[in-house]
Design a protein around this ligand. Structure first.
Ligand code: AHR
Length: 514
């Protein structure tokens, strides 16, 4: 009887002590296997709305401080977050872009209509030289997306020759005539964009067949080795992925891309970037969390045809997509950026870490003034969005070894669905520092976390950074640019291998143990 009572009370204690506001985590600090490729922290700049013009490019004669025509404030901020690569010129724009329109004296460059994005005039003042010089100034790797949809094999082949050939040839000579003696180095090369849609409305089979021709004539010159990326599926089009893996010889591609955006409600009414309801808050995060499942399913197909995991999954467009801000050009995709977007970014980056064995690169859309931007500009003013601060706080994970984690936590429930209340990811860098990033998506409840670090000898708590704010739609404005930012957090302890912290509602944290 006594024994039964003991067992009963033990059971009662163990079920009642774990509540929605608690979480247990294990980090295996000595069992890391995969590198978190720094290129998953990549960015995307398209000739769309005010991303290139007004956003990055102001021209050499602008009163706004610039380096060779590009805003200096943005260059400095991108260096600070160690931007690893930058994708350009699109997006849908890439398959309408004819690179020869964007070289030579600017005053002689032809003007074109940007039919995809607002029907505005594109004067081609930002072209190949301006982009590659920007990448050099940033110390980042260019990722060029070539035109398959409305271009030719010859045009793409000559673009590679123009940029990378070091010797005597018609394209190399033209480059020299335009002021650049030495070739640039370009590794990442996309063969078209969304060729199932804006890039030509092709079938998977038709695209794969074309890819083989384009890939044949985009050459490696000297020691410049192209990392060719096949245009991949739209969201959950598994037939497309299967066809790429089956019909393209693996020696001809290094990666296959995947595009997936998060929005609330439905595509026709994506919800607003600010002033949203709690249902919309949940809905956006629920939609964004599907990235995990998508990667699992696409990776399964890739594993079947490429078990050695030589081909990378390249998520070269991701982020939140809302209704455009009132009184802005609908073709410019301009939206504000709130704490909700920071939380989405943390969740998705944690997901990329988890799949470090297959996800080798990713590009959030887009860099400035478009979709889930890191920067908003207005004349000479520039602000850092909450999403920028996540890239800043998470940069410690670039090229670090992913550490396996196990999480037991409560759920955040809404709309008859459930999401894990916290998301966790950890890595160990080359100097042995362990970084653990936590996201608490619950908009109301703080969560007490006990995190056991296994396999770490010694180790001290050296810093804890936090991003949070009063409301889920708190955001930075030109009048108040610092509402959402990174702060030091003092409420954590690390003792006998256990990290203990109380995570405020709707917050992101990165802990460093050294
Ligand atoms: O990022 C905006 C657009 O979204 C891109 O141009 C296109 O590739 C995608 O549909």
């Amino acid at each position: 009887m006594k024994k039964a009572l003991f067992i009963y009370s033990f059971f009662l204690i163990s079920v009642t002590t774990f509540s929605q506001q608690e979480a247990e985590v294990i980090v295996n600090a000595d069992l890391g296997q995969y590198n978190i490729d720094k290129h998953i922290y990549g960015h995307f700049s398209e000739h769309l709305g005010r991303c290139i013009y007004d956003g990055l490019w102001v021209g050499e004669n602008s009163s706004i401080p610039n380096i060779n025509g590009v805003r200096k404030d943005i260059i400095d901020a991108l260096k600070h977050i160690k931007i690893p690569n930058l994708r350009w010129p699109g997006g849908c724009f890439a398959d309408e872009y004819h690179w020869m329109d964007g070289i030579g004296a600017r005053e002689n460059r032809p003007k074109m209509v940007n039919t995809h994005w607002g029907g505005v005039v594109e004067d081609n003042s930002f072209g190949t030289h301006e982009f590659l010089n920007l990448c050099e100034a940033l110390g980042t790797e260019p990722y060029i997306c070539g035109n398959m949809g409305s271009g030719t094999v010859e045009e793409m082949s000559k673009w590679v020759e123009y940029i990378t050939f070091d010797g005597e040839s018609p394209m190399a000579n033209l480059r020299k005539k335009n002021g650049r003696e030495k070739p640039w180095k370009v590794q990442f090369w996309g063969v078209g964009n969304e060729n199932w849609g804006c890039g030509g409305n092709m079938t998977a089979e038709g695209y794969a067949e074309n890819y083989r021709r384009y890939a044949t004539y985009t050459r490696d010159y000297g020691d410049n080795q192209l990392y060719k990326i096949a245009g991949g599926p739209n969201v959950d089009d598994y037939h497309w992925m299967t066809t790429m893996m089956k019909n393209i010889p693996h020696r001809m591609m290094k990666g296959v891309s995947l595009h997936n955006y998060a929005f609330t409600r439905r595509w026709e009414d994506k919800g607003d970037a600010t002033g949203f309801s709690e249902d919309d808050y949940f809905s956006l995060l629920e939609h964004g969390s599907r990235m995990d499942n998508l990667i699992i399913r696409h990776s399964a197909i890739m594993d079947l045809y490429d078990p050695a995991k030589k081909i990378g999954l390249i998520v070269d467009e991701w982020g939140a997509w809302y209704n455009v801000e009132k009184n802005t050009n609908p073709g410019f995709l301009f939206q504000q950026n709130t704490l909700r977007d920071a939380i989405l970014a943390g969740l998705v980056l944690n997901t990329f870490h988890k799949h470090a064995d297959r996800v080798k690169m990713a590009n959030i859309a887009q860099l400035v003034n478009v979709l889930q931007a890191l920067f908003l500009t207005e004349g000479e003013k520039m602000l850092l969005t909450p999403t920028y601060h996540v890239f800043d706080m998470y940069k410690v994970h670039q090229d670090a070894t992913m550490l396996p984690t196990v999480v037991k936590c409560g759920t955040y429930n809404r709309l008859n669905k459930k999401l894990d209340a916290i998301s966790v990811s950890a890595s160990k860098d080359k100097n042995g520092k362990v970084h653990i990033s936590f996201v608490n998506i619950d908009p109301v409840n703080s969560i007490d976390i006990d995190c056991n670090i296994r396999g770490l000898i010694g180790g001290k708590l050296t810093s804890v950074n936090i991003i949070t704010a009063t409301n889920t739609d708190s955001h930075n404005t030109f009048d108040n640019p610092n509402i959402v930012h990174i702060e030091d957090y003092k409420g954590a302890t690390y003792k006998n291998g256990v990290l203990t912290l109380k995570m405020p509602s709707k917050s992101l944290m990165t802990v460093e143990l050294n």
